[in-house]
Design a protein around this ligand. Structure first.
Ligand code: NI
Length: 128
């Protein structure tokens, strides 16, 4: 086990919305992703999902009991989407995020809208 540079990890791939697993903590993955444009409405029925914005700005649309709202996360911000909450991340410009979630968690959740071509439905890829 050696330290992992997040800038190096991010420089090792170009795909958007296609997370790489940089390390694990107990039964959780620490994943990084390059993002731009819209992800897809989806929900994780059994787990919260933690976001940290490494670069750029991430918006997350949320469908909550009281209606729909969007949270805006500038670089350096964290946010946790509670389990069972439908959400759709969106990045108005190229950005980089770190996500913490249980190993095996699908990026498009347990239920989702039709997955667009530019979104990778994956449980995360190993770093090259
Ligand atoms: Ni999600």
């Amino acid at each position: 086990m050696e330290p992992i540079s997040l800038p190096d990890a991010l420089a090792s791939f170009t795909e958007r919305w296609s997370p790489r697993i940089v390390t694990t903590v107990n039964d959780y993955d620490v994943r990084v992703a390059k993002v731009e444009g819209e992800h897809v409405w989806h929900v994780h029925d059994h787990t919260d999902e933690f976001f940290l914005v490494l670069d750029g700005e991430l918006h997350i649309a949320l469908r909550e009991r009281d209606g729909e709202r969007t949270v805006v996360l500038p670089r350096g911000s964290v946010f946790t989407v509670p389990r069972g909450t439908e959400h759709k991340p969106y990045a108005p410009a190229p950005a980089a995020i770190l996500v913490l979630e249980p190993t095996g968690t699908l990026t498009v959740g347990d239920r989702h809208d039709e997955v667009p071509e530019h979104v990778d439905a994956t449980t995360g890829h190993a770093l090259a």
